[in-house]
Design a protein around this ligand. Structure first.
Ligand code: CCH
Length: 286
């Protein structure tokens, strides 16, 4: 069988590399989800710039955005998969890895289509500052996500990805995990947002976040100011409440919105082939 286009084989190899006993909580999954999100979340609908096409994070302009600190780990995890399937573009590999990781960690199946290119169009490069800043509030979240074309419900659904992974003081300055089992996709993030008492804490580096310390288990969980903002905003809060009590609804909505996220800026012809590969526009292939 011709290996080119065999995304099922790529999916299998991504699933196999998730188990990383030496790394974080033992899984590459969360950081791969963040790679998929940050590669896509630079999109600006008004100017049709940014987005996953081009895999611009390979280069200093985008890879060097402080918001992307730490994502080199995710890219390195995926190098053996790229080596085994050299026909796949990085833009497809990074978005597919997020989709596979979510499923493997117990999350929903997410529709995904290949066809992104690694062609970097200089006129479409996103400036720094397109990704959200966890120190801010709900106005900032709307400013960032409306720009991509998301609404309030979609903002809250996407935020549920914080049931995965953790903050690292040497990457974002924040520290800790949102939930007790950060390698399991669930609606726990929403349940804890509502059920625990969150107290402001200033870390040694001066960064402010919210924490809950449980004396019985001696564990501290955290929330970003942007996470807490979801419970303090009249439009966001009902969605937090809905997703906290209805896991199936959260999984359905998350699947749709993550599929939309990784498609931002990808134009396809009627056969599903991505068409925005303008080679004459001063871009370059890697
Ligand atoms: Fe996030 N996220 N995220 N996030 N995020 C961080 C980590 C993860 C914000 C800030 C941070 C989404 C939305 C937001 C993941 C998925 C998503 C960190 C810690 C910060 C800070 C980084 C570090 O130190 O390593 C803010 C602000 C927003 C605003 O909405 C969305 C949307 C998604 C995906 C759908 C995942 C997964 C992680 C864990 C990464 C890891 O390495 O464990």
């Amino acid at each position: 069988m011709n290996e080119k286009g065999n995304f099922a084989a790529v999916r299998k190899d991504i699933a196999k590399l998730l188990h990383q006993p030496e790394y974080d909580d033992g899984s590459a999954g969360p950081v791969l989800v963040r790679l998929a999100w940050h590669s896509s979340g630079t999109y600006d609908a008004a100017t049709d710039t940014g987005g996953s096409n081009g895999a611009g994070m390979r280069y200093e302009h985008e890879g060097g955005d402080p918001a992307n600190a730490g994502l080199q780990h995710a890219r390195v995890f995926l190098e053996p998969v790229k080596a085994a399937h050299p026909w796949i573009t990085y833009a497809d590999l990074w978005t597919l890895a997020g989709v596979v990781a979510i499923k493997e960690m117990g999350g929903p199946s997410i529709p995904w289509q290949g066809g992104r290119t690694d062609f970097v169009d200089d006129s479409k490069l996103p400036p720094h500052g397109r990704l959200p800043d966890g120190a801010k509030g709900s106005d900032h979240l709307r400013w960032i996500f409306y720009r991509m074309g998301f609404n309030d419900q979609e903002i809250v659904a996407l935020s549920g990805a914080h049931s995965l992974g953790r903050c690292h003081s040497d990457r974002s300055g924040f520290e800790g995990a949102w939930v007790n089992n950060p390698t399991r996709f669930s609606n726990q993030y929403f349940r804890l947002l509502l059920s625990l008492q969150w107290k402001k804490k200033t870390l040694k580096n001066g960064v402010e976040q919210f924490v809950n310390y449980d004396e019985d288990s001696e564990t501290e969980l955290m929330m970003l100011p942007t996470d807490i903002a979801l419970t303090q905003d009249r439009e966001f809060k009902p969605w937090v409440e809905l997703y906290a009590r209805d896991k199936d609804r959260f999984f359905d909505d998350f699947s749709k919105v993550f599929a939309k996220l990784v498609e931002l800026g990808i134009q396809r012809d009627e056969n599903g082939v991505a068409t925005n590969t303008d080679n004459e526009n001063g871009g370059y292939h890697a």
